[in-house]
Design a binder for this molecule. Structure first.
Ligand SMILES: [Zn+2]
Ligand SMILES: [Zn+2]
Length: 356
């Protein structure tokens, strides 16, 4: 079904995205992006969604959130083709600098297309590398494209929502924008002893003028669609509604899915799509439709590509029968124990952030 102009959507893509793929048995592979492209192609969705390439950017853009020294380290290791960019998760490979830069460029192109009014929604599945910090990589992420696009967007917009539904806490994004009062940062993630990256408790709410502009929704292992949707509906949805953003950036990491080997949340495509549908509605209700969707983590490659394809179709307003084949058969439920834990988190957050 042809989408209306209301949902005019652009898909940002660079073949350099294929190169951001760690070697050997490292879990982060660009096959997620290739598979998503294949699904979109097979479903004929590229007849409805225009593809554009990112414009080249230079390193000045990175300096908005990263240190010069760190950028130089990445460049050096990229030329050398080996070494570690953090304490063990993010190995360098030849060309990692260019591959990382391309993903930042993708987010900036997405923003540009929205700012120009050519499109209301922009998708960059190459983006979402939310663990990168000012002077270090982290959790497979070299440059923090989310924080960079927020900084760029702040030149035009005063109220940006960043909602991150990756299974891991958005520690890099949070640290880079912790004192920022032009964006409301919200993360829904698994939170458990010894689970990466270790941050993301309810009490992390921002600092300085950014105090109150960070909302963390820590969820226990085993959180299924029911508890996840409850936390979204009772905390995240009213928080965005109250904030009235003029731009929403949605980071859709695929690793909250029940099939993910690294995260123990239990979201199905039904849970994911509940969130994406509601955020899409909020974008039209509050932000003249302005919505950027990025990718993120995701180590069950098939599940991640299905989540991304379904999310893209939802945002573009495409309703094809064939999309059903990408859905999981059924929703997922939490145990009563997990449900109680999530209810407690919701109560705490209502009090901390004054949400009724
Ligand atoms: Zn729309
Ligand atoms: Zn993740």
């Amino acid at each position: 079904m042809r989408p209306s102009l209301l949902h005019k959507t652009v898909f940002v893509w660079s073949d350099l995205y294929y190169n951001y793929s760690f070697p050997d048995d490292h879990p982060f592979k660009s096959i997620r992006e290739s598979l998503t492209k294949k699904f979109l192609d097979q479903l004929g969705l590229f007849h409805e969604i225009k593809q554009v390439e990112p414009d080249p950017i230079d390193e000045e853009v990175l300096l908005q959130v990263h240190s010069k020294d760190y950028i130089n380290v990445v460049k050096r290791m990229s030329e050398r083709g080996h070494g570690m960019l953090d304490d063990g998760d993010t190995p360098a490979f030849r060309g990692i600098y260019e591959a990382s830069l391309a993903r930042v460029a993708g987010n900036l192109k997405a923003l540009k297309e929205i700012e120009s009014g050519n499109f209301v929604h922009a998708i960059n599945i190459g983006g979402g590398l939310h663990h990168a910090k000012r002077s270090s990589a982290g959790g497979f992420c070299v440059f923090n494209d989310i924080a960079i696009v927020a900084k760029e967007a702040e030149k035009k917009y005063n109220r940006i929502v960043i909602l991150d539904i990756d299974g891991h806490h958005f520690d890099g994004t949070q640290s880079l924008l912790y004192d920022d009062d032009k964006s409301l940062k919200i993360s829904m993630h698994m939170y458990h002893a010894n689970f990466f990256p270790g941050s993301g408790s309810v009490n992390e709410v921002g600092e300085g003028k950014g105090k109150g502009f960070t909302i963390n929704v820590p969820l226990p292992p085993g959180t299924g669609d029911d508890a996840y949707i409850m936390a979204f509906d009772e905390i995240v949805y009213p928080a965005i509604l109250r904030y009235k953003p003029d731009l929403i950036v949605l980071e859709v990491g695929g690793d909250s899915h029940f099939g993910d080997p690294l995260v123990e949340l239990k979201l199905s495509t039904n849970g994911y799509l509940h969130v994406v549908r509601k955020v899409h509605e909020l974008a039209h209700q509050l932000s003249d439709g302005r919505l950027i969707m990025t990718g993120g983590g995701g180590y069950n490659y098939d599940a991640t590509a299905r989540v991304w394809t379904l999310s893209i179709a939802e945002i573009a307003g495409i309703k094809e029968m064939e999309l059903e084949t990408l859905h999981d058969c059924c929703g997922t439920a939490s145990t009563p124990f997990v449900m109680e834990k999530v209810k407690k988190v919701i109560e705490q957050l209502k009090e901390i952030h004054n949400i009724s």
